[in-house]
Ligand binder design. Structure first.
Ligand SMILES: Nc1ncnc2c1ncn2[C@@H]1O[C@H](COP(=O)(O)OP(=O)(O)OP(=O)(O)O)[C@@H](O)[C@H]1O
Ligand SMILES: [Mg+2]
Length: 488
């Protein structure tokens, strides 16, 4: 390929050639993924070394030829041409073809984007990954899953419950929004209806799914969680529903995850990322309570409890056309929302205590609390990463402490975390009022006060109740309510 051609084509795609000192052709030749590009009429103008190796063709014999003269596509049209005519990216798409010149059969997973200039399409570029690698990987995953969840013939052996180690009692917090979710979650644990859990990243959706599984009659059965966004579309279908030998090249007789989680729970994380065609297949499985392995005509009955997880509000996902409405009604008999940390700051103190206990154990420390200054910073921060981010902050703060330390202070945090917390504080603590109703603030103050007086009195309940002018039962109720423990 001539240098000018390549540089121009990719420059139009993304201005890469304008980066100082970057040798564009070298760059696209040095990567593992095959890249091919064409102009708006389908004439090839980019063809990198990874492609030459895979397809055993020389660049000079391919450049300037039409894609349809170079490849014989087995199913449908060239993805480059489709992206140009449909005027939209086609991501993670499976494609198989034979090269006209070298006669090589190729299976790929391909992402193709149209290239625009002044609102006009001037071509398209595809980045292709070797499908056989995915197949090997998926075989390894399936073999591992088979070993983990195989329905053991040895009835004496304990059924495998890999994956669900948490229970409802691991979910810390008394915030009314969270408690409401937990009340409903406990009800759903008693039946087998599909549940949808939604909420921002790091809010504890997976934790809740595990809690539901472990609180129900299926607790001794398999719990399998899969992230739908992490697996290419056409591998996902086989992985979920199973395959029969010969369904496609290399396919074996295999049960899918629905069958492997038989009698147990299957969690479909990021369910909103499933393609619409796969959503309709899922809908059918739920309606029929039966799966059709890929390549098979006979349905198999299943008895698997489905928990779906979405990181966006399902109503929004339906409005944006990402989630089929009919599927929503089937996967969400009960819809549970995990509130963001910014709306449950009254739980901050309990969560911080919980994280401190957890990392005291891991790091062999005796930390008791965080300084008032640090706590104020934590209260002001908006927590986009929610509880996962809070855990990261506490763990990072504790990692620098030694066995004589009793408190985490702002200065113990690594500079990047200190800066992110202080930049919010300097901005005037805009978040201070977020989610902090009067009631929430009072709860937080009450919890801290009771905890400190209990500690002072060595957890003597009568003495503490007297000092706080509370009845014994009333103090005990509050100890339970705020999950206070003498080991705190
Ligand atoms: N209420 C809680 N009490 C204690 N720990 C919690 C709580 N909620 C979340 N965590 C902890 O925060 C981390 C993130 O939780 P989890 O993985 O369940 O979040 P998620 O909502 O599934 O996140 P993502 O959308 O990014 O997958 C985990 O380490 C979990 O144990
Ligand atoms: Mg998760």
């Amino acid at each position: 390929m001539n240098n000018k051609n390549t540089a121009r084509a990719v420059d139009r795609a993304g201005k890469i050639s304008s980066l100082p000192g970057v040798k564009l052709e070298k760059m696209i030749d040095s990567i593992d993924e095959a890249i091919i590009g064409c102009d708006k009429d389908g004439y090839i103008n980019i063809y990198n070394s990874a492609n030459e190796r895979r397809e055993k063709m020389s660049r000079k014999n391919v450049i300037n030829k039409h894609v349809n003269d170079v490849y014989d596509f087995h199913s449908g049209k060239s993805l480059l041409m489709r992206a140009i005519t449909e005027k939209k990216p086609i991501l993670d798409q499976y494609q198989e073809y034979t090269t006209e010149d070298s006669g090589i059969y190729v299976e790929i997973i391909c992402s193709t984007v149209p290239i625009m200039e002044n609102d006009e399409i001037i071509g398209a570029v595809s980045v292709m990954k070797d499908y056989s690698k995915f197949k090997k990987l998926s075989k390894i995953i399936m073999d591992l899953q088979n070993n983990l969840y195989s329905t053991s013939t040895d009835k004496a052996s304990k059924p495998k419950t890999a994956g669900a180690k948490h229970t409802f009692s691991d979910i810390v917090g008394e915030n009314p929004l969270l408690r409401d979710t937990l009340i409903w979650a406990k009800k759903t644990a008693e039946n087998n209806l599909p549940v949808l859990i939604y909420g921002e990243t790091g809010t504890g959706k997976e934790l809740l799914a595990q809690g539901i599984h472990n609180a129900g009659a299926r607790r001794d059965k398999p719990f399998i969680a899969i992230n739908c966004a992490a697996i290419p579309e056409n591998l996902l279908e086989g992985l979920l529903f199973g395959t029969v030998k010969g369904a496609f090249t290399g396919a074996l007789d295999r049960p899918g995850l629905f069958e492997q989680a038989a009698e147990g729970t299957l969690v479909l994380d990021e369910v909103n990322s499933l393609s619409l065609p796969l959503q309709s297949k899922l809908l059918r499985v739920i309606q029929e309570e039966a799966v059709l392995r890929v390549g098979e005509i006979r349905e198999r009955k299943i008895n698997t409890r489905l928990i779906s997880i979405s990181n966006t509000d399902p109503v929004d996902a339906i409005r944006k056309g990402q989630l089929r409405e009919d599927l929503y009604y089937r996967i969400a008999y009960i819809s549970l929302c995990m509130p963001p940390l910014s709306k449950r700051l009254d739980d901050l103190s309990a969560l911080v205590d919980y994280m401190i206990r957890k990392y005291n154990e891991k790091l062999n420390l005796k930390i008791e609390n965080v300084s008032a200054e640090l706590f104020a910073s934590l209260e002001n921060y908006p927590w986009p990463g929610n509880i996962r981010e809070l855990e990261h902050v506490i763990a990072a703060g504790m990692s620098a402490l030694s066995e004589n330390d009793l408190q985490i202070r702002l200065k113990n945090l690594p500079p990047n975390i200190r800066h992110k917390l202080s930049s919010v504080n300097n901005a005037g603590g805009k978040n201070r009022s977020a989610g902090k109703t009067l009631e929430n603030t009072l709860h937080s103050v009450e919890r801290r006060l009771i905890k400190s007086v209990l500690k002072k009195n060595n957890w003597n309940i009568s003495k503490t109740a007297r000092e706080l002018d509370l009845k014994r039962q009333s103090l005990q109720y509050r100890i339970r309510k705020y999950s206070l423990k003498s080991t705190d």
